[in-house]
Design a protein around this ligand. Structure first.
Ligand SMILES: [Zn+2]
Length: 83
């Protein structure tokens, strides 16, 4: 009886390890996909007296049609979750 319980616990422990590894793999792939979309790119900003360069995100913008400055809210959310 005791052997059966130990075997059951070992199977459960291994199953949990597989689930954790699978979840980690899925999350890593999801983050890679997000990072291929949200990348910094240089953009020229036209002010009243000069033009200056800023980095914006290639993957998202604002409702008014403007780019999001880099790092965009998506990247900041990922960075905050991972720190
Ligand atoms: Zn973005």
């Amino acid at each position: 009886m005791r052997e059966k319980k130990q075997l059951y616990e070992e199977v459960e422990r291994l199953y949990t390890q597989v689930l954790i590894a699978k979840s980690r793999s899925i999350l890593e792939e999801a983050i890679k996909d997000v990072l291929t979309i949200h990348k910094p790119i240089d953009a020229a900003m036209y002010g009243p007296r000069n033009i200056h360069k800023v980095q914006v995100c290639t993957g998202c913008g604002q409702d008014d049609g403007n780019w999001n400055k880099w790092p965009c809210p998506t990247i900041r959310a990922i960075q905050e979750a991972l720190t």
